[in-house]
Structure formats: C-alpha cells, structure tokens
Design a protein. Structure first.
Length: 485
C-alpha cells in the first residue's frame, strides 16, 4: 500500500514556504514524490550533485572529507598527513570508527593521522620544505609504516604548493610509496568529488604495483566497505563460508598491499557505489575484472545478494550459497519474529551519505518498518534512479535537505525514527524523536550480514521503544500546563 502522494506534495510545499521566493524555487528542485512512473521508469526529476545554497545549514562534507575521512584514512599501515592548518587534521584525525586488526605502532596505524599544522609563515612562504621534514620524521617515528599519503587542505591549493613534486622526491629518498592527493575542500560541491580524486590517486600510484603469489578462480575484492563496527568482517564470513577468497578489502581494515594486488581478483564486489564506483569501472577497463554492487543490510537483501554473487561462479559455489542461506535463515526468522511485532508500521526518515539511504531500506522493511522519506547528502542522479523502485509510492525523496527541512518533515510526518549523521543527532534528541546515527552505527555494529542484522534489529528496537521518549513527552506536557496557570 502506497503513501498519500497529494498529501506529501502539499506537506513539502508547506515546509518550503518559509523560504524567500528565490530560495524556495531552488529548493523545490531537490524534492520529488515517488510515483508509479518513477518506480518503473526510474524517472528522476530532482536536482542533485550541485552546490548547496549559501546561507542554509547543509549536512554535507567537503572534498577533503571524502578523500581523507572515507577512502584513504582507514588504510591502516600508512601514515596520512593532513597537509594544512590544524583544524581539518584535528577534526578528522581518527577518521570514522573503523575496527582494524593488529597492534598499534607495530602493524596497525589506524590512529596514526598527522597534521603539518600550517602557520601564517607557511601560508606566506609555502609548506613544501616543511612537508619534506615531516615525511622524514614519520619514517623515524613509525619505522614499520608501509607508505604515506598527503591529503591537501584548502590553503595548500590556494597558495600553489607542489605536493606532487615533494612526494615524488621523498618517495625516492625514503624508498616507500608516497601518494599526493589533491583533495582541497573547496573542490567540487561535496565530499563526492573527494572520493573521485582519492580513487584516481589509488589508480595512479598504488594499483597494480605488487603481485600475488597464488591466484585462484574464487578470488574477489570487497570494495567500498569501511568496516564500521566490523561490517567488512561480517561480510567476509559469508563470502568465505560460501567458498570465495577475499584477497583485498578497501578501505576499512585495508592495507597498502591489498590496494597493490587487487588487480588480481576475478570479481569486484562493491558495497558503497558512490565512493568507489570510479575504481571498479577503471579496473574493469584496465584489467577486465567484472564488478557488481551488493547489499548485505538485512536478511532479504543478503539472501538476494549472495545468490547474485554465487550465480557468477560455478555450481560448487552456488550449492554452497544455498547451504549457507539454509543455515542462517532460521536464525534470521527468530530475530524477525522477536522484533517485528515491536517495530511494525513505525515510520522512518532516512538522510544518509553514500548509499545507505537505499541499502538500509530492506533491513528496515524486514522488521516491518516503513520508509516514508529518504534522501542523500551528496548523491548523483543514478543513486536516486536506483532508490525510486525501492520505496513505496508517495514517499518523499530529497537531495541535500537543510537542517530546517529535516526538522519540519520529521514533525509534520510524525516520524517514529530518524536515521542520519552525527550533525543531526542531538537536535532530534532534544525534539524527543528517536534517532540512530547511521554513519557509524552510533558506536554499535556491525550491521552487515547475518551477524549484523541481529545487532541492527536490537538497536532499532532499543531506540524506538526506549521509555525516555515518553518521559520527555510527559515533562513537556507538565511544563505546558504549568505555563498556562
């Protein structure tokens, strides 16, 4: 059963009515109500991947965030230099919460993000010499580091520092890969261009630089999985139990060597299409490696993806796939039977970066929850075209919504759960609206695969059905009654 198309059109118009005429006209282009035509034809009329309107609070990040925070930062045996003033480096020094195996300072450098701490003199005279000194210090402080990346911040691009020349010189001197990534935050309209730039750096400086001693017909890569709370491990368990061999995973818990040997795989499995699609498309052209997007959120999509992956291999893998599903399905049915009665018909609003606004839909629906509004921070047109068929008719689809728009939609649509990023989290807590931080699982996880769904279901139940929301409503009622006296 679909949602009320006309009612939701009117609702969006009411929300945007608060803007000045010109701003309203601009923001209207970023909304579309899902219709049968859009679902079947993928007709996407809303605008995306264009600059945010000045003066509104956007949840987007910048190009630097896309490269440093998403693609390069999780590579655990490299030291990543935030080249520029202290602010960007400090804010992003730990990247997202990525699990990584190994011992800190020995074979795991996940936390080893450093900054060149630009001062006024560096802006005036340039930071090239300072960058050379930092690289030498890195090899002394972290002798087991396998390489260095240079993530350029805005001032570096503005003053014209030649990080490529410095990296080339120091790579020869220090005898290790040093990768310059020209990802200044002002490039592009969001973090999306940062992903592209980072992918190009992988292509140009590390991909194909090493060999794999033994290869087999079942070798695959996991690409675009950032191992939030152990997601990549939860996915690997299923792929390996099915008989495949994961030879590389980017970027969560990833290593420089895995980037270098990934061209030896027989299949690329891409999870976050928006951040890594450039790389799998390049590998298909350069090395003839086919790729497919998969979705391990929720049992329904996991079954579907496992079978689609198995279909690309022989009968042995296909038989293993069915055994695997038969093994785990009873467990998943128990979880659904337990939590679905507590979550059924709860209305969800999603606004997440990357692909999760569409990939998580199946997991929520497995629990009987209803996605009534969904959108992305930095999506492109093809992301929305894939989303339309996954949502019910009448659902509100939005691009780069402002903080005001999200708050109004949540209130007017009487949302039971909001899934978005850390910037939005505490606003909804204060509003008394249940909220899950869906960029890093609110410090929970994993959410991928069968192990992940057990945690996902528990977390959604814990969030929606927490008694704290009723306490807040009672307190608000008492305050209103006291104010009226």
């Amino acid at each position: 059963m679909g949602l009320d198309i006309e009612a939701n059109k009117k609702l969006v118009e009411e929300v945007l009515e608060a803007y000045p005429k010109k701003a309203k006209k601009d923001r209207e282009k970023h909304y579309q109500i899902n219709t049968e035509e859009a679902q079947t034809c993928g007709t996407c009329a809303l605008k995306s991947n264009i600059k945010s309107r000045p003066g509104v609070m956007t949840p987007r990040g910048c190009s630097y965030a896309g490269s440093k925070g998403v693609v390069w930062g999780p590579i655990k045996d490299m030291v990543h230099i935030s080249h520029g003033p202290i602010g960007c480096g400090q804010y992003s020094w730990a990247t997202r919460r990525n699990y990584a195996s190994g011992t800190l300072g020995i074979d795991n450098f996940t936390a080893m993000q450093v900054t060149s701490d630009f001062q006024e003199t560096d802006i005036v005279f340039g930071g090239d010499k300072k960058l050379e000194v930092i690289m030498r210090e890195i090899t002394e402080m972290f002798p087991l580091a396998k390489g260095i990346s240079v993530q350029s911040e805005c001032p570096v691009g503005l003053i014209g520092d030649d990080i490529e020349a410095v990296s080339k010189k120091m790579s020869r001197e220090l005898e290790m890969p040093i990768v310059p990534v020209r990802c200044e935050g002002f490039r592009g309209v969001s973090q999306s261009l940062g992903h592209h730039i980072a992918n190009d750096a992988i292509r140009d400086f590390v991909l194909g630089k090493a060999d794999l001693a033994e290869t087999g017909p079942y070798d695959v890569n996991i690409i675009g999985d950032y191992n939030i709370g152990g997601d990549a491990w939860a996915s690997r368990i299923l792929l390996e139990e099915m008989g495949l061999r994961v030879i590389a995973q980017w970027s969560g818990d990833g290593t420089l060597n895995e980037l270098e040997i990934a061209h030896k795989a027989k299949l690329n499995l891409i999870h976050c299409h928006r951040s890594m699609n450039y790389m799998v498309e390049h590998m298909e052209k350069a090395y003839g490696i086919p790729w497919m997007e998969y979705n391990f959120f929720g049992p329904s999509k996991t079954y579907e993806s496992l079978r689609a992956i198995a279909a690309l291999f022989d009968e042995t893998i296909q038989a293993n796939c069915e055994k695997l599903i038969a093994k785990y399905k009873p467990q998943m049915d128990i979880i659904i039977d337990k939590f679905k009665p507590r979550l059924e018909n709860k209305k969800v609003l999603l606004m997440i970066g990357g692909l999760r606004s569409r990939h998580t839909i199946g997991a929520y629906e497995d629990l009987g929850m209803e996605i009534v509004a969904s959108g992305y921070e930095f999506a492109h047109k093809d992301d929305y075209e894939k989303m339309f068929p996954m949502l019910k008719e009448g659902a509100v689809i939005m691009d780069d919504p402002t903080a005001y728009e999200l708050e109004e939609l949540a209130q007017k649509m009487n949302i039971d759960l909001v899934g978005s990023g850390i910037k939005e989290k505490y606003v909804y807590h204060k509003m008394g609206v249940p909220f899950r931080q869906m960029h890093s699982w609110d410090y929970s996880g994993p959410y991928h695969g069968f192990d992940g769904f057990k945690i996902f279901a528990k977390d959604m139940d814990m969030t929606v059905n927490s008694p704290v929301w009723n306490l807040m409503k009672k307190k608000e009622k008492v305050q209103k009654e006291e104010a009226s006296i």
